[in-house]
Design a protein around this ligand. Structure first.
Ligand code: CP3
Length: 347
C-alpha cells in the first residue's frame, strides 16, 4: 500500500499503479436526478441537452456530488449521444422516455456523416471541462468520457434505446461492411473527442460500452474489442501518458482480461462480474466497480454486507470503488451517505 500526499488524487494513484486502502470512490451517473440540487438546475435549464451545452450549468452539476459526498473523482456532465448530435444527427430527449435520434441505417446516411464534430456542440463540453478542472482541488480527479462505437451505433441505428439492441445487431449481420463504416467513423471521432477532453483538462477518460454484453464472442471481437483497441492506440499515439478506463458492461471474464492486456489503466466491472475470478487482473490493471445500483436503492444490512465483500474481495489489488452501472433516480440520498461511510471505513 502506498500513502499519497493530500494534493495527489488517490483515484489517479490507483490508475497509475498503486493499491489504496480505502479505495478511491466515485459513482457512475453521480450527477443526476437522485439529487434535489440537480433537479433544480435541470428545471432551470429547461431540457437536458441545454444543460449539457451550457458550460456554466454543466460545471455546476458536475460539482454538486463532489460538494455533497467529496467523491475522489468528478465526471464531466455530458452524454454519450453528444457525439452523434455533433455529427449532425437529430437528437431529443423526451421526458421519461429517453433519447430519440433520427435513425442512421443506410449507406447514404453513413456517408453523409461529417468528419469534423460540430464545434458548437462539442465546444461547450470542453469549456465545461476547463472550468470544472479549475474549480476542483488537485486531490479530486476529473474524468472525461465517450460512448464506445458499438453502444453509440446501437442508438444511432435504432433511433432510441431498445431491450436487446436488435436493430444494430441485425444491421451488423446483414450488412457488415456498411456497419463497419459507421463503427470506423465513430472510432475516429471518439479519438478526437477524447483527446480534446484531455487537452481541456480531463485527468482520465472512460469509454462506456453499455451494450457490450449483448454480442456473441465473434461479434464482440469485431464491434467492441477491435474499436476499443483502435481508440486506445489513437489516443496513446498522441498522448502516451493518457489514462483510459474501459467499461464493457456485461463482457465475459475472458474478454475483460484481453482488454486489460491492451494496457488500459482500469476496467469497469458490472455487478454480475465474478470478483474472485477477476481479482488477479487487479495486478495488471485497476478494477473499477461493482455494487449493484439496486442494492443502493434497497439499503439495509445487505448493502453494508456487499460493500464489505467488494472491499475484501479486492483488498490488496488495485481497486476503485464504484457502482456496477449508473445510480438510479429513485435512490435515497441516505443510502449514498451510508455507501460513502462504509466504502471509506477502515477494513
Ligand atoms: O455519470 C455522470 O454523472 C456524467 C453524465 C452522464 C450522463 N449520461 C448524463 C445523463 C454519463 C456518463 C452518461 C452516459 C450515457 N448516456 C450512457 C452510458 C452509460 C450508461 O448509463 O449506460 C448512455 C447509454 C447514455 C444515453 C442516455 N442518456 C440515455 C439512455 C438516457 C435516458 C435514460 C435516463 O437515465 O434518463 C440519457 C439521459 C441522461 N444522461 C440523464 C443524465 C443525467 C438523465 C436526463 C435528465 O436529467 O432528464
Amino acid at each position: 500500500m502506498t500513502g499519497v500526499p493530500a494534493e495527489r488524487s488517490s483515484f489517479l494513484a490507483v490508475l497509475d499503479g498503486d493499491v489504496m486502502n480505502p479505495p478511491p470512490l466515485w459513482m457512475m451517473r453521480q450527477a443526476g436526478r437522485y439529487l434535489p440540487e440537480y433537479r433544480e438546475v435541470r428545471a432551470k435549464a429547461g431540457d437536458f441537452l441545454t444543460l449539457c451545452y451550457s458550460p456554466e450549468l454543466a460545471t455546476e452539476v458536475t460539482l454538486q456530488p463532489i460538494r455533497r459526498f467529496d467523491f475522489d473523482a468528478a465526471i464531466i456532465f455530458s452524454d454519450i449521444l453528444v457525439v452523434p448530435h455533433a455529427l449532425g444527427v437529430g437528437l431529443r430527449f423526451e421526458t421519461g422516455e429517453g433519447p430519440r435520434l433520427d435513425p442512421v441505417t443506410d449507406a447514404a446516411a453513413i456517408a453523409a456523416l461529417p468528419d469534423i464534430l460540430d464545434p458548437s456542440r462539442v465546444g461547450p463540453v470542453y469549456e465545461a471541462i476547463s472550468r470544472t478542472r479549475a474549480a476542483l482541488p488537485r486531490s479530486t480527479a476529473l474524468i472525461g468520457f465517450c460512448g464506445a462505437p458499438w453502444t453509440v451505433a446501437t442508438y444511432m441505428v435504432a433511433g432510441r434505446g431498445t431491450d436487446d439492441q436488435g436493430p444494430a445487431r441485425l444491421l451488423a449481420l446483414r450488412e457488415p461492411d456498411l456497419f463497419q463504416r459507421l463503427i470506423d467513423h465513430l472510432v475516429e471521432t471518439s479519438v478526437t473527442h477524447l483527446l480534446a477532453q484531455i487537452e481541456a483538462g480531463a485527468d482520465a477518460v472512460q469509454i462506456f460500452d453499455t451494450w457490450a454484453g449483448v454480442l456473441d464472442p465473434i461479434s464482440f471481437e469485431r464491434w467492441c474489442f477491435d474499436p476499443l483497441a483502435r481508440i486506445a492506440a489513437g489516443i496513446w499515439a498522441v498522448k502516451p501518458d493518457a489514462r483510459i478506463i474501459a467499461f464493457p458492461k456485461g463482457a465475459s471474464s475472458k474478454a475483460l482480461a484481453r482488454i486489460a492486456a491492451l494496457g488500459v489503466n482500469a476496467v469497469g466491472l458490472d455487478w454480475t462480474a465474478d470478483r474472485t475470478a477477476l481479482r488477479k487482473l487487479g495486478e495488471k490493471t485497476a478494477l473499477q466497480g461493482n455494487l449493484d445500483p439496486l442494492r443502493l436503492i434497497a439499503g439495509g444490512p445487505q448493502l453494508d454486507e456487499e460493500i464489505l465483500r467488494i472491499r475484501s474481495d479486492f483488498d490488496g489489488v488495485r481497486h476503485i470503488f464504484n457502482l456496477g452501472h449508473g445510480i438510479r433516480p429513485e435512490t435515497p440520498i441516505a443510502h449514498v451517505e451510508r455507501l460513502v461511510e462504509k466504502a471509506r471505513a477502515p477494513l
